[in-house]
Design a protein around this ligand. Structure first.
Ligand SMILES: Cc1cc2nc3c(=O)[nH]c(=O)nc-3n(C[C@H](O)[C@H](O)[C@H](O)COP(=O)(O)OP(=O)(O)OC[C@H]3O[C@@H](n4cnc5c(N)ncnc54)[C@H](O)[C@@H]3O)c2cc1C
Length: 405
């Protein structure tokens, strides 16, 4: 029997990791299944663009994994049982249970409603493709007239509100946040951000926590009522409850607790990466949910899986948070660099150069998922004996085979 690796999720973390592992593990010894809810790799970083009205290029996962040996299963994961090493999935055919020897959990995150009444029933969000398309339909219904309220003052709210205001100038876009809009940004970035909001005509309500969302708008804690045609909830991300329900060790926020190599502290044959993992950076701080963190953590996880299963030592990717490039509509952006304590530095790239940099990053992240070895030929490693792991029982160490990818 081949050693079965299941990768849950094929986003920035799982899409990269599955392709990388498939190119480094010998198909005689390993079987790799990727379970993803959609048949496409979805560029979450562009979902505000999709909601605003842009068409996004489709990236079919079948094509991305073609020739690698990784098998795609388009299905929804509903449960993980780490004690029995099974995953329950549901698709059009019904419910199925898959057995694994090694699991890589990268199911990402969704919108965090913070328990605010009415969000689930009445608000739109852009944390996933189906929800971004629902918002887009609503904006199309509104046409040239209507009011849209974004709730949140962080990256998603900033990128979403500016993109929609830029693409649909007939709409009245407003934003309400409990703190300051982009309050964490440095002295160069924040004034640039505020000028962009001003230019785009977005009404900003700071220190205005929203307490309730209704069918016709939202109500703030101080009683202010926002009469609006669409409330877009963009007040942060939360992880799917599957990991917490499974019995895996998790943090208070449901992210999987791991060691420095992204191995679950409760079930060492389970690894996690991306938004689903609580990875501690070299300064002792949890990495924020971000595309860059998904990249660093999936590189760490794949290196650990290779080492544990084949004995091959990989690079020890540093875990770091360097900053964020935030789009402000299609032609403007700001890149805010941060220090080791996640404090904004004085310097920030702004305007067109930042927009070009953002476009480069967006293209690079997709390319990376399709080219996890940068197009270089790789060696496919055989399963090695490893004490304490199921792998040890199935095969002794053998020689590698070089392949070209
Ligand atoms: C509009 C928007 C803009 C953003 N902009 C930025 C940015 O500028 N910079 C930045 O660093 N980050 C940004 N982010 C955050 C970034 O997208 C995430 O941090 C990143 O996607 C995390 O990668 P991941 O692989 O963990 O999760 P994802 O990329 O979300 O991948 C998870 C995968 O799991 C699948 N999945 C989920 N649940 C299930 C299930 N139950 N069964 C089967 N499959 C499932 C999903 O379909 C998806 O393919 C943005 C997010 C949004 C929504």
């Amino acid at each position: 029997m081949r050693h079965h690796i299941i990768v849950l999720g094929a986003g920035y973390a799982g899409g990269y990791a599955a392709g990388y592992l498939a190119r480094h593990l010998h198909p005689d010894d390993f079987e790799i299944t990727v379970v993803n809810a959609e048949a496409d790799f979805v560029e979450r970083l562009r979902l505000h663009e999709l909601a605003a009205g842009h068409e996004l290029r489709r990236h079919r996962l079948e094509e991305i994994f073609e020739g690698t040996g990784a098998r795609l299963r388009v299905a929804r994961v509903t449960a993980v049982d780490p004690d029995h090493r099974t995953v329950t999935v549901v698709d059009d055919e019904g419910v199925d249970r898959l057995e694994y020897d090694t699991l890589l959990y990268t199911l990402g995150s969704s919108v965090a409603d913070h328990g605010v009444p009415g969000v689930a029933e009445h608000a739109f969000h852009i944390a996933g493709r189906p929800s971004a398309l629902r918002l887009r339909e609503r904006l199309d219904e509104l046409g040239e007239h209507g009011k849209v309220l974004f709730v949140g003052g962080n990256l998603t709210a900033i990128e979403g509100s500016t993109e929609i205001a830029a693409l649909r100038p007939g709409l009245q876009v407003a934003l309400a946040t409990d703190g300051e809009l982009g309050g964490w940004l440095g002295p160069k970035a924040r004034p640039h951000l505020l000028r962009a909001f001003d230019r785009l005509g977005i009404e900003v309500h700071e220190r205005t926590p929203i307490e309730r969302v209704t069918a016709t708008g939202a109500v703030a804690a101080d009683g202010t009522a926002f009469d609006t045609d669409a409330v877009v909830w963009a007040a942060g991300f939360a992880v799917h409850p599957i990991a917490a329900a499974s019995g895996l060790a998790v943090e208070d926020d449901g992210r999987i607790t791991v060691d420095a190599e992204m191995r679950s502290v409760s079930h060492p044959e389970v690894y996690a990466a991306g938004d689903s993992v609580c990875a501690i950076d070299k300064h002792g701080r949890p990495l924020p949910m971000s595309c860059a963190s998904a990249g660093f953590t999936s590189m760490r996880a794949t290196a650990a899986i290779l080492k544990d299963l084949t004995g091959r030592k990989g690079a020890n990717t540093p875990l770091a948070y360097l900053g964020n490039c935030i789009s402000l509509g299609p032609k403007d952006a700001v890149f805010q660099a941060v220090d080791g304590q996640a404090r904004s530095k004085g310097w920030a790239l702004r305007g067109r150069p930042a927009a070009h940099f953002k476009a480069f990053v967006l293209r690079g992240t997709v390319w990376n998922v399709g080219h996890p070895t940068y197009g270089r030929p790789t060696r496919r490693h055989r399963l090695a004996a490893a004490p304490g792991r199921s792998a040890a029982k199935t095969a002794p160490a053998r020689s590698d085979e070089a392949v070209s990818t």
